[in-house]
Design a protein around this ligand. Sequence first.
Ligand SMILES: *Cc1c(COP(=O)(O)O)cnc(C)c1O
Length: 392
Amino acid sequence: MAKFIPLSIPNFEGNEKKYVDEALEQGWVSTGGAYITKLEDKMAEFLHTEKVAACQSGTAALHLSLVEAGVKPGDVVIVPALTFIAAVNPVKYQFATPVFMDCDDSLCMDPVKLKKFCEEECAFTDGMLTYKGQVVRAVIVVHVFGNMADMVSILETARQYNIKVIEDATEALGSYYTDGPLAGKYAGTIGDFGAFSFNGNKIITTGGGGAVTASDLKVVEHLRYLSTQAKNDPHYYIHDEIGYNYRMTNLQAALGVAQMEELSVFICRKQENYELYRQHFEGFELGTLSSFRKGTFSNKWFYSLEINRDKITASMRDIISSLEKQGVQTRAIWGLINEQLPYRNDAAYEMEKAPYYAERILNIPCSTQITKEEIEIAANEIKNVLRGYAYE
Ligand SMILES: *Cc1c(COP(=O)(O)O)cnc(C)c1O
């Protein structure tokens, strides 16, 4: 068998070992230490925002955002159906109720349906939006695979109906608007809250980790407070609120600072590699490489191929396992969250594109250190396998 080409693996070409060693030598391994603030400062600078709070995971960042947005038991939170389940689980941690929204052709939340849902299915009285008698408190918007959602429309609807916007930018660190009223604004710095992840497969990693930001600086301070057990001061055990053990550790942050130093290079490689794939798949009739929203710059974290279902009926499982045998690791897009066991009783609004794309999107190898030759091999194997499944 030829060399195995993985879907997405971390890349440690920089100062990772040096910084982690330093943290170990200094004994700062836990939730205190200079690397944590250093990482926060670097991120804030990169995102052109004032403040960021580093935390344990993207999931923790989302959970803290919901807490801070005032999401309480019985509230409604509008969420995407087609995304990673970590974007939605924190809604249940708050004993709130998700309402699943369809995606548009960008794979991100459909802004037209979101507006229509608020207009036609909800009531708006005294500045409060309710759905079946429950307060609609927030909407979670995911920038899928680094492609930015239509934030202009979504923000407009959210402001009109007084609901908080939580951006799940876990996949979109480095994506930003280039045109329109949001030009220059980075994913995660547009809504009321922005969540980031540094899990192993994200564009940069701290092993596990995340960060959260908010449009209001005092809110970022408070998020940090909540993430450190809501400890009022360093020395006396006074706690005025229920806190969480969600703070990032200095060991993770040491890794993160080294990764932040390389982020621009990684984003650059993602662009170049996407362009290579684009050339390989140009004119290919059985699959189309997905593109990114006009008027934005995407970090191009993940590349996806839309399988032409008019010509190929083989299951994703069969396609993926055939490719695996050829040494090319691919993955299907997620299963719809509203169809997962814990979510089957929750409302899903006019699902149409999410199920459509759920059976068509295949993610293909996209590590930053993938070579030109490996991209060619991967593209050819993918084409061969799909041709093998196609019928005329
Ligand atoms: C990775 C990811 C998360 C969760 O991040 P963790 O750091 O793994 O907790 C949430 N939402 C989306 C869309 C993700 O891709």
